[in-house]
Every structure is written in C-alpha cells, then in structure tokens.
Design a protein. Structure first.
Length: 441
C-alpha cells in the first residue's frame, strides 16, 4: 500500500472541531499499513507508552503484568466503544496515584478500597456519557472556544516538560552519560523526522529508542538483571473481587477511603476532553463530534472499570502516543489496535516485559522532549489557524491565566477534590471566557 495518502475533507469546522481542515496524513484513521510495516509501527506505540504505563503500578506496588494486560484490553474496549474511529491508546493514569496510595495505606495495604473506587470512577464516566448522549454536546462548543482550547493543549504538553527534562538528565549535578544518551536519542528521532526517507521516516522513535538503548549499554547504564530473573511465560497476577484458586482476590469496599477517590473523576473527565481535542487537531477530525464525546467517555470509563475489576490502575488516553501520531502522521486505528494486542502478549511474556523495562529513563526522556513539545506546539497551532485576536485584552487575560496556573504548579485544595495542572487551568479558562465581556471591534 502506498503510504503517501492524504486525508479526505471531513465535516465543516466549528469551535470544538479545532480547525478541522484538511490535514496531510500518511495513513488516515481507517487505513491499514502492510503487515510487516504495521507491526513495527505498533511496536513504536508500545515503546512510547511502556515507561509511563508500568511506572504507575511500580509506584503503587501493583503487578506490572496486570497493568500491561489492562492497558491492552482497555484500549480494545475503547476502540469498540468509539466504533474504531479514534486512534487512541489507553495506559495507566497518574491522576489517581495519590488517592489510591492513601486508600491502600489507610487499609494496611489492602487494595479493596482503591480498586472499588476506581471501579466506580469508570461507572461515573459511563453515567456522564449517558447524560451527554441525551442532551448532546453543543454546550462544549460554548465553553471550549479556541482561546480556551489552545492554551489547554499547550498546558497538557508543557505540563509534562519537567518529567521529560528530569528523565533526560538536564538537572543540577546530572550524570553526563544520561544527558548524552538523551541528546543522541532526541537528535536521531529529529533527524529521521526531518530527513528520513520511505518507511524509515515513519518509525523515528522506534529507531531512536533502539539506538539510545545500545548507547546506554555501551555506557553501562542498563541493568540486565531483571531479564535473568524473569520467566519466559507467566500469567498476569490478577486481583479479582471474588475468591479464586488461581489469582489473588479483594472485596468490594464502600467506605470513606473509597469515596475519597471518586471526585477525581471530575479532573480526568476534563483531561479526556482535552486529550481528544489535541488528537482532533492533529488528525483533522472532530472526534468529540464523531464518534462523539459520549462514546469517548464510555470507552475510557469501561476500560477503567475493567482494569479495576482485575486489579489494575485507572486508564487514561496517552499523550505519548498522541505525540507519536503527530510526528509520524500515521493515524491508523489498526496500528493502535495491534499495539494493544502486543501489550497483552507482553503481559504473559516475562522476559520481554523485563527487557523493555530495562530501557533507561534517559532514552525515554530524550524521546519525550520531542513528543511533549509536539503536543504543546499543536496548541499554538490552534491559536494561529483560528486567528485568535490577541489585540483583545480578554484573550490575553484568558490565555495568560491558563498558562501561568497550568504551568506554575498551582493547586486548589477543595477538600474532597484537589484541582491542579490541566484541570485547574481549563476550569479557570472556561470561567473567564464565560464572564469576561466580548470587546467591540
């Protein structure tokens, strides 16, 4: 199949369509690459999500194999819910780490409250999605105009910048070896993106990670011991809400430790909308219109509920994979779907999982600098293409407030829920857009 294809013209733009004009993609959402090329593209997405997806269970003391299994199956659930129209990959959510850790600590290590809370978070998504399906989503047009969407996307990308920079080793007293690996990984991905030819051009991150890993081996930055200790084949260590002779079990728990997790769903629903507006901009398709916000929420919610049922973390759309789509211009749902199958396979293959887990943070940091920057740049692109007039003081106020709060580490503790980062920035932008009067021209 010739990969040099272009997106056809889609629906007319609107405020939420994020300038859904013609976008040049090598593979559109409903197109499929050849099998061999497609597998390499899918592996690229697996590498992109792997570090963050396994980091959450490592922090919480949960099995990595379960997180991988939940990530793959959750992505497939999402694809079915969205009618295979959205190239989204789901991975472990960082938003619930603190609340889950606290719930587990209060119950002396028992996961029952944490898993019950995450299960009900998924159900809250489904309830909100059902409401949206009945009342429609035209209200989203009013609360998310380009002056709010643009800075929101920039905050999503730049809000992750500190993580990328830290992993890359650009910190005080940083190890020069880490910096070298990160720089080499970054430059390889950048040069392939700008000067690569043919198929090489669309797998820049896969090549960059392999080269960065080999350099890390030469510099002694890779610990291979996890590979030796891992089994070739092993079942994921599932935790189920009923007794079983094969897997671990937990009980559904409805106490205050569980209830404290639920308000965070407000934050992650806002993030869901933000992530899909980013992807809409990159792909030139109004995903919040077609297949619709109700379906994207249902997909995310059912995936999260499933993960909770088997003892995994909450699921969320992954900016890393969105960044890969933005850089490679490969938006094929088929590629994402096969990445999900690979993740499921890895959850059963202990040595392969261990191998990928040995990729140094410097390699991932060098790649992330590029990926997160691409996301942020798409926010700037929204403001430019939609010709947002910064001669109007209200627009300056909205954008500046969102950027400062979103990137400055602002936290608003409301007791039951804590707002920070993207969620706080988005809420402030929405409120300012609604209350500040339009200026006469």
């Amino acid at each position: 199949m010739d990969l040099k294809l272009q997106v056809s013209q889609h629906e007319e733009p609107s405020a939420i369509d994020l300038s859904v004009s013609k976008v040049d993609l090598l593979l559109d959402v409903d197109e499929k690459p050849e099998l061999a090329k497609g597998l390499l593209l899918s592996f690229q997405h697996v590498f992109a999500m792997f570090g963050a997806t396994i980091l959450v269970p490592l922090i919480l003391g949960m099995p990595v194999s379960v997180a991988l299994f939940a990530s793959g199956v959750g992505t497939l659930i999402y694809q079915v819910a969205t009618q295979f129209k959205v190239p989204v990959y789901l991975g472990s959510s960082f938003a619930y780490i603190t609340a889950m850790a606290l719930a587990m600590k209060q119950m002396n290590g028992d996961v029952s409250a944490a898993q019950t809370g995450i299960l009900f978070v998924g159900l809250i998504y489904v309830v909100v999605a059902t409401i949206v399906a009945f009342i429609g989503n035209n209200w989203v047009d009013k609360i998310l105009p380009p002056i709010v969407i643009g800075p929101m996307i920039m905050v999503i990308g730049l809000g992750l910048a500190n993580s990328a920079v830290t992993n890359a080793g650009f910190v005080a007293d940083g190890n020069w070896k880490h910096v070298l690996v990160a720089v080499v990984t970054f430059l390889i991905a950048a040069f392939i993106n700008t000067n690569g030819k043919g198929f090489i051009k669309i797998i820049p991150f896969l090549i960059a990670i392999v080269c960065g890993y080999l350099l890390s081996l030469c510099l002694g930055l890779v610990d291979l011991s996890p590979i030796k200790d891992a089994a070739w084949f092993e079942l994921p260590r599932l935790y189920l809400p009923f007794k079983t002779g094969v897997f671990h079990s937990y009980k559904l728990y409805f106490g205050p430790e569980m209830l404290a997790i639920l308000p965070i769903s407000i934050v992650t629903i806002a993030e869901n909308i933000g992530d899909h507006t980013v992807l809409s901009q990159i792909c030139g398709r109004p995903f919040l219109k077609n297949p619709g916000l109700s379906r994207t929420l249902i997909g995310d919610g059912l995936a999260t509920a499933f993960s909770a049922l088997i003892g995994g973390p909450a699921e969320t759309t992954y900016g890393e994979n969105t960044g890969v789509i933005g850089m490679t211009r490969i938006a094929s749902v088929s590629v994402i779907r096969n990445a999900a199958f690979i993740a499921i396979a890895f959850s059963f293959l202990g040595k392969f999982t261990a191998l990928i887990s040995t990729i140094p943070s410097a390699v991932l940091g060098g790649m992330s600098i590029l990926l997160y920057g691409v996301i942020a740049s798409n926010g700037l692109k929204v403001l430019i293409e939609r010709r947002v007039d910064f001669g109007q003081v209200r627009n300056l106020i909205i954008a500046s407030s969102m950027l400062v709060l979103g990137l400055g580490g602002a936290v608003l503790d409301l007791g039951a829920v804590t707002l920070s980062g993207t969620a706080l920035s988005a809420i402030v932008g929405i409120l300012l857009n609604l209350i500040l009067p339009q200026e006469s021209k």
